[in-house]
Design a binder for this molecule. Structure first.
Ligand SMILES: [Zn+2]
Length: 240
């Protein structure tokens, strides 16, 4: 089950009881993963707690289920619709919302990132790998000075530590968690840890574990996957 954004709703229907229902929805079909329009016919009797209907995909003919929870009644200016879900949840990758907040990323880089996600979601594996590489080139361009721009990508990765303090974020991260822990360990009424501090600490700890243990494992998995493929070494020397 996946919640659909309000922006996917193309058309609504207002029932005489004041109930508002989404009747035309643009979204990815969970069966064929195509972006299609679903026309939804809701039952005559609507329970305002939860309503459900099926709609046929024009791409593959399957009938995913649509569910609507907590339907608000339309009264005056309130034109909100309840929470709309599709089931089963399409097995697609969502755009990482944090990327849009990175100020150093140009519009072009952000676009390249969402293009990579889009082509992945429609099963274009070659295009995905090409766009991932292009994104990496864009990131290097951002991090390295002009005089290093003409070097090969392999060379740029090699010289990256000359320009970016790669260890710094992880040292600061560990130190922030240590300091947060001191707040709890040393009793001080003035500085008692609150929910936000505890939440941030837990999240940062997750990031630290990711960085130190999970990330190396995932990198290794990708390397092994590439090495298993025939001619992988030739491809590397051909396009450094
Ligand atoms: Zn379909």
């Amino acid at each position: 089950m996946k919640k659909l954004a309000d922006s996917s709703i193309v058309e609504i229907e207002e029932r005489s009881e004041g109930i508002v229902l989404p009747v035309s929805v643009d979204t990815v079909c969970p069966y064929c993963l195509k972006q299609v329009n679903f026309s939804i016919k809701w039952p005559n009797y609507i329970d305002t707690e939860v309503a459900y209907a099926r709609s046929r995909c024009s791409g593959c003919g399957e009938n995913p289920k649509f569910m609507l929870f907590d339907l608000p009644m339309r009264d005056g200016n309130d034109d909100e619709i309840g929470d709309l879900y599709i089931s089963p949840a399409p097995d697609i990758k969502d755009v990482n919302k944090d990327i849009s907040r990175i100020e150093e990323f140009s519009v072009g880089l952000k676009k390249a990132y969402s293009s990579a996600i889009n082509v992945f979601n429609i099963g274009e594996w070659t295009a995905t790998t090409v766009l991932c590489r292009r994104l990496l080139e864009g990131i290097m361009k951002k991090l390295l000075p002009d005089e290093e721009q003409n070097k090969s990508l392999a060379k740029q990765l090699e010289i990256l530590p000359k320009y970016v303090e790669l260890q710094k974020p992880i040292i600061l991260l560990g130190d922030a968690i240590r300091k947060g822990g001191n707040l709890g360990a040393h009793f001080d009424l003035e500085k008692e840890p609150d929910k936000l501090t505890a939440t941030l600490m837990l999240e940062l700890l997750d990031d630290l574990i990711d960085y130190l243990f999970i990330l190396p494992q995932r990198i290794n998995e990708l390397r092994q996957q590439i090495e298993k493929m025939p001619n992988s070494e030739q491809a590397d020397s051909h396009l450094a």
